[in-house]
Design a protein around this ligand. Structure first.
Ligand code: NDP
Ligand code: MG
Length: 388
């Protein structure tokens, strides 16, 4: 049995998705072998995971991190460093879980696909920023891109019955569900007093800090609109956001004949993680199983675009294309970092992103060099907007 195990790289192992992936792997040791890890600042946690799973290849951010980690691990563990280290590990395993936070996950996304591996993608920022470059490497023989993001994993499953025609002409619209976050129902006036602590309390999901803040501004949903267009090649005008506070319908696809397909479960990220690891098989865990013998209320409403302008910014970036999504995501990372460091208020986040996007001038993304340059310029403009 062990000879047929698939090797797994878990990059971003110490975070929310990383820890939940480890939970799935612990119960599937006969099927998967964890062979490599990457992490950021939590080096003692990273070392503990490496010891538990007997992992011999680990990537860290810098030489300083390497020295600290080396003291915690036996000498037969190889520690690689930086973007090159991440890419090296992403090229080696059968299945690569990209659970890194933010644009830093780019080498993982590009490396895994370019090497013809299965990429189980949680890191939406890399796909959004680099969509034209990702589209090219996705054509590598063997490359497979499966979304861990729960909405996109749902859409992927709902599209399974669609004829495989480019752009999915049989699909009338993709209905991307949103919990609405902690501030659902708040007025524009009330939102002026929203705090970081309020924003960090998500009603239905427990996640890393950045995505929790993104959920409170609905920028996460905006990023997910961009993610859906990049993943499925469906034009943005057929992607609609629907607020569904229970987080049970993870998204829906409406076909031109009027049929709506949905994927349901209680909120549990281990379900989409296990789906991406096991596909086309279904792993027998029942994560988030629903009980239909007790009352289940599902409600749907339109998002409040006046209160949550991040959604409109994301649609605009999608229509602009080129480097606009990369700018949006980069500016948002800077603004969220500033909130988490108590440098700005919650209500400043989206204005910082909007002020950055106002300075965007249309340009194509035709190379990795142009992506890094755009990312750098967008971050500098966003930092300048923070000070205003
Ligand atoms: P966390 O902040 O909890 O975890 C991020 C992980 O990335 C940590 O392991 C962190 O290491 C690691 N990391 C950060 N920078 C680097 C780097 N330069 N090199 C290597 N590792 C790095 O985030 P989440 O798990 O919540 O989210 C991860 C991604 O998944 C995000 O893109 C998010 O949008 C997406 N996602 C998350 C969901 C969730 O439920 N959490 C749902 C859907 C999507 P360390 O902690 O050691 O610093
Ligand atoms: Mg999501």
């Amino acid at each position: 049995m062990s000879q047929s195990r698939q090797s797994v790289a878990l990059l971003g192992a110490t975070g929310s998705i990383g820890v939940q992936t480890l939970d799935v792997l612990r119960s599937e040791l006969e099927r998967f072998e964890l062979v490599s890890l990457a992490g950021g600042e939590h080096l003692s946690e990273l070392a503990a995971i490496a010891r538990e799973f007997d992992v011999k290849r680990v990537a860290v951010k810098s030489e300083t991190h390497r020295a600290t980690l080396a003291d915690l691990l036996s000498s037969d563990v190889t520690i690689v460093v930086g973007d090159e280290g991440l890419e090296e590990l992403a090229r080696e395993a059968d299945i690569v879980v990209n659970a890194v936070m933010g644009f830093a996950g780019l080498p993982v996304t590009l490396g895994a696909l370019a090497a013809g591996k299965r990429l189980a993608l949680a890191n939406k920022e890399s796909l959004i920023a680099a969509a034209p470059l990702v589209a090219k490497v996705r054509a590598t023989p063997g490359a497979q891109l499966l979304p861990i993001d729960s909405e996109h994993c749902a859409i992927h499953q709902c599209l399974a019955s669609a004829p495989r025609r480019p752009g999915y002409p049989d699909v009338r619209r993709v209905l991307l569900t949103a919990s609405g976050g902690p501030f659902r129902g708040w007025t524009v006036e009330q939102l002026k007093g929203a705090t970081k602590d309020d924003a960090l309390h998500h009603p239905t999901w427990s996640m890393g800090a950045k995505i929790t803040i993104d959920s409170s501004t609905l920028m996460n949903k905006g990023l997910e609109v961009l993610e859906a267009t990049a993943l499925f090649g469906i034009d943005v005008d057929r992607v609609e956001v629907v607020v569904h506070p229970q987080s049970i319908v993870h998204s829906m696809v409406e076909y031109v004949d009027g049929s709506v397909l949905a994927q349901l479960s209680r909120p549990d990220m281990r379900l989409p993680i296990a789906y991406c690891l096991g596909a086309p098989d279904r792993l027998d865990h029942g994560y988030g199983r629903l009980d239909f013998s007790t009352p289940l209320t599902l409600t749907f409403e339109a998002p409040d675009l006046d209160a949550f302008p991040a959604l409109t910014l994301a649609y605009e970036a999608a229509r602009l294309g080129g480097a606009a999504p990369a700018w949006l995501s980069a500016a948002n990372e800077i603004a969220v970092e500033a909130l988490l460091a108590d440098e700005i208020n919650w209500c400043d986040i989206v204005p910082v992103v909007a002020a950055t996007m106002d300075q965007y001038e249309a340009q194509d993304l035709d190379s990795l060099a142009s992506l890094y340059e755009n990312d750098d310029v967008a971050r500098r403009r966003a930092r300048a907007s923070l000070k205003k």
